[in-house]
Design a protein around this ligand. Structure first.
Ligand SMILES: *Cc1c(COP(=O)(O)O)cnc(C)c1O
Length: 225
């Protein structure tokens, strides 16, 4: 018996999302039966942040699940997820982008990625500062990487109580998205994703133009590490 009402919580989160905002159900550290419960409710996009855990889940869960890799990805792990991953959300260096391109080519596919922005004050978070993000695109090498498709930005706001700070970080991300869209991706409809909003801040993220929220705890309960 499941001791947590995954289906009920999933429905509540989905009810909060306007049309056009997709849910990535973050299932890291949660057992397969929780994922299956969400799947039975129609959820198909799940996010994981550890390659080994993801591999085990992929082997035993339905094949039409779309997996997003949301964690910090080491270049030496790219080859394991390249055959099947739907989206790699946290690309924070040109080196990683090159490796994804190489492994995607080997698998004869194009992998969708997001660039991870670092706006939050916390020192520990990964990601590109807005300037580093601008620079990566200005340098232009990404244009020659034909097996990756940059579909937008992802970011995590600071983990704070202060709503106005969270909101202002989402706004900075949104402004950068608009700037990059105009400058580099005006003719690319696929550059359209703004992945922001987690359990504690997704309602604010939606108000600030998120197209994709990544919600774990609210759906699946606290993680047991
Ligand atoms: C774990 C994680 C989430 C989900 O966080 P919750 O607070 O459980 O909703 C979202 N995004 C990233 C990058 C994560 O690592």
């Amino acid at each position: 018996m499941m001791d947590y009402d995954v289906k009920g919580h999933l429905k509540q989160v989905l009810a909060d999302l306007p049309q056009g905002v997709r849910l990535v159900a973050i299932s890291k550290y949660h057992p397969n039966e929780y994922i299956e419960a969400a799947y039975q409710e129609g959820q198909r996009i799940f996010g994981e942040s550890h390659e080994q855990e993801l591999r085990q889940k992929v082997e035993s869960l339905p094949k039409d699940i779309q997996w997003h890799f949301i964690g910090h990805l080491q270049t030496n792990k790219v080859k394991y997820i390249a055959p099947y991953i739907t989206m790699i959300e946290a690309v924070d260096s040109l080196k990683l982008l090159r490796e994804i391109d190489k492994q995607a080519a080997k698998n004869e596919r194009v992998i969708d990625v997001l660039l991870e922005l670092h706006i939050a004050e916390e020192e520990t978070k990964y990601g590109l500062t807005p300037d580093a993000c601008r620079q990566l695109l200005a340098e232009g090498e990404w244009r020659s990487l034909s097996h990756v498709r940059i579909c937008g930005l992802m970011m995590m706001a600071s983990y704070v109580e202060d709503e106005s700070q969270i909101r202002s970080e989402f706004r900075i991300a949104r402004q950068l998205f608009d700037e990059l869209k105009t400058q580099y991706f005006a003719d690319e409809p696929s550059f359209c994703e703004r992945s922001w909003g987690m359990s504690h801040d997704y309602p604010i993220a939606v108000e600030e133009g998120s197209t994709m929220v990544r919600v774990g705890t609210t759906i699946f309960g606290p993680r047991v590490y």
